[in-house]
Every structure is written in C-alpha cells, then in structure tokens.
Design a protein around this ligand. Structure first.
Ligand SMILES: Cc1cc2nc3c(=O)[nH]c(=O)nc-3n(C[C@H](O)[C@H](O)[C@H](O)COP(=O)(O)OP(=O)(O)OC[C@H]3O[C@@H](n4cnc5c(N)ncnc54)[C@H](O)[C@@H]3O)c2cc1C
Length: 275
C-alpha cells in the first residue's frame, strides 16, 4: 500500500501508515505481525523502553503467570512453539519477558516499534477518513486504522488514602517496579492490596523485611507457592517471624493499619493496576 494515500487531505508534514498500533505487549506484537502479513504498513508506539507490556512493567519479586506457561504463549506458529522451551510450569516475569523479546526478535518486529513514546491523542479526520495520531515526542502520523493494544491493566491504581501524600517512606508500585533490585532488608514494609500481585510479592518481601506485612493464605497463593522453594521458604519464615501472622483458613491473616495516624515507617508497596 502507498505510504501517502491518494486524494487525502492529510498534511504533507504527516507520515502516513495503513495502521498505527498503540502498545507492544502480547496484543500489540501479534497485531503488528498479522497486519504485516496482510501487507499493511504499520507503526507501533510503546510508552515503555522495550516490548513486553504487562511483563515489562510488572517486575516485582515473585511476578509470574497464574495460567500454565504453555497456555500463556502464542499459538499461531508451530516453529515458535517448538523452539521455545518453558523452564517452569508457571513462568516467572523474567522468563515471559525473555519470551516476548524472543518473539519480537524472531519476527523482526522491533524495527516498526517506537519505544519511550506515549500516544497522547487520536483524532479522526472526517475529510481524509484517517486517524491522526499524536505522541509526547511530537510525532503526528495519519493512519486508516488505529489499534489500541493498550491492555486492560496497564495503568497503576494510585492509592487515595488520606495522608498518602505525606508518607515519609518509599513507595513502590508492582506495576511500575524499578529495573534494579529493591533491598527491603530490615525495613518495615506494608503491602497494600492482596490480589494476585500482592500474594505473589509478599513471600519474597517477607524474606528480607521486618513484620508487619499483609499475608493472605488463599488457594491461589498455595498454588503459586508450590512453584518455587523460595516462595514457600519466605512464607514459612513470615509465618514464624511474627506472632500476629497466622495462616488459618482463607482469610487475610493480618491487616495493616492503613490510616494516616498509624503509617508504616520505612517502606510501602502498593500492588495492582488499573485506575
Ligand atoms: C501482574 C499481572 C499478572 C498477570 N498474569 C496473567 C496470567 O497469568 N494470565 C493471563 O491470562 N493474564 C494475566 N495478566 C493479564 C495481562 O495483562 C494479559 O495477559 C496480557 O499480558 C495483556 O497484554 P496486552 O498486550 O493486551 O496489554 P499490556 O501487556 O498491558 O500492554 C499494553 C502496553 O500498552 C502501552 N501503552 C498504554 N497506553 C499507551 C499509550 N498511550 N501510548 C503508548 N503506549 C501505551 C503500555 O505501556 C503497555 O506496554 C496479568 C496482568 C498483570 C498486571
């Protein structure tokens, strides 16, 4: 397809593509591959500095998928399936990220992805019948199709508790975890949120931190823990380290005081995504 459509009202300063894809996670990568095979010129914009989406951002200790690795993989290519061997039944975040990089490299996808670029506006130009896509890097491109592969869990939920702004300690978000290792040794850490991310990171943080911590003991945690001796060890250690932590039933065993007058003093972790 021509880069600049005929009879278009698109400005000559704009670059034109058949499709713009926003996001380079599982969905965006596959979309780019499919559109290429259809012969469409495509451009991907990704806010992160590499591919991976969820698995690029969620680098917290203990992050792993909770469906079996084999099912959490692309199934469109026999070759890809044969050449990639998962090392664990439920793959960890680093392995899933390696897998997605492998797929992107293998299919030569990165050449059409512009990283560290956030799409800030998409406006449909009625006259040109094209989307006009703008980014925070000053790009302005036109495209017939605009695919939002932005994920359903890519925006972290910022806590809205009273006093959260004046918290003196460090705050980490599982969905925006630093690339470098975080050392919680000897710190008092509060983990806010006991969904999948919370129950995955708590045993790891508990290996280093001083109590108190939130610890849920539901079946999902048991299932995930069975993957890793480190997780199981961390959980046992936590259970032994604080008399206030018990592991009875399927309840949250210990609830942190979250009000401002009882802040945790050294560090806190907020888990979860979506605003
Ligand atoms: C911690 C965690 C664990 C999960 N585990 C599982 C699991 O075990 N099994 C399962 O099926 N699902 C799981 N999920 C759901 C997971 O999100 C999906 O499986 C899948 O990875 C989503 O892929 P995606 O490409 O749709 O979106 P994402 O992976 O979220 O990718 C979206 C990308 O779009 C980018 N983006 C967003 N807005 C913009 C913008 N304006 N401009 C530029 N780039 C933008 C983001 O930076 C992001 O990289 C999990 C999610 C999380 C958060």
């Amino acid at each position: 397809m021509p880069d600049t459509p005929a009879n278009s009202a698109t400005s000559s300063r704009e670059t034109a593509f058949d499709a713009v894809i926003v996001g380079a996670g599982f969905a965006g990568l596959y979309m780019l591959h499919r559109l290429r095979r259809l012969g469409l010129s495509s451009k991907v914009y990704e806010a992160g500095s590499s591919v991976g989406g969820t698995w690029y951002w969620n680098r917290y200790p203990g992050a792993r998928c909770d469906v079996e690795s084999l099912e959490y993989s692309y199934s469109f290519s026999d070759e890809l399936e044969k050449e990639w061997q998962w090392t664990e039944r439920y793959a960890s975040q680093p392995e899933i990220l390696r897998y997605l990089n492998h797929v992107a490299d293998r299919l030569d996808l990165k050449r059409d992805i512009q990283f560290e670029t956030r799409v800030t506006a998409t406006v449909f130009d009625e006259l040109a019948k094209r989307w006009i896509v703008q980014t925070d890097r000053g790009d302005r491109v036109a495209a017939q199709f605009c695919v939002m592969a932005t994920g359903c869990l890519s925006i972290p939920k910022t806590p809205e508790y009273p006093g959260v702004d004046s918290f003196q300690g460090k705050t980490y978000y599982t969905a925006r975890w630093p690339h470098e290792r975080v050392d919680f040794s000897g710190e008092r850490v509060g983990v806010v949120g006991t969904g999948s991310s919370g129950i995955q990171c708590i045993p790891h943080i508990a290996r280093q931190a001083r109590a108190p911590l939130c610890i849920p003991t539901n079946s999902q945690l048991q299932h995930t823990c069975s993957q890793s001796p480190a997780l199981a060890r961390g959980r046992r250690r936590l259970a032994n380290s604080s008399p206030r932590v018990s592991s009875a039933g399927s309840h949250l065993a210990y609830q942190l005081p979250l009000r401002h007058e009882h802040p945790v003093s050294a560090g806190s972790v907020a888990t979860g995504a979506t605003a």
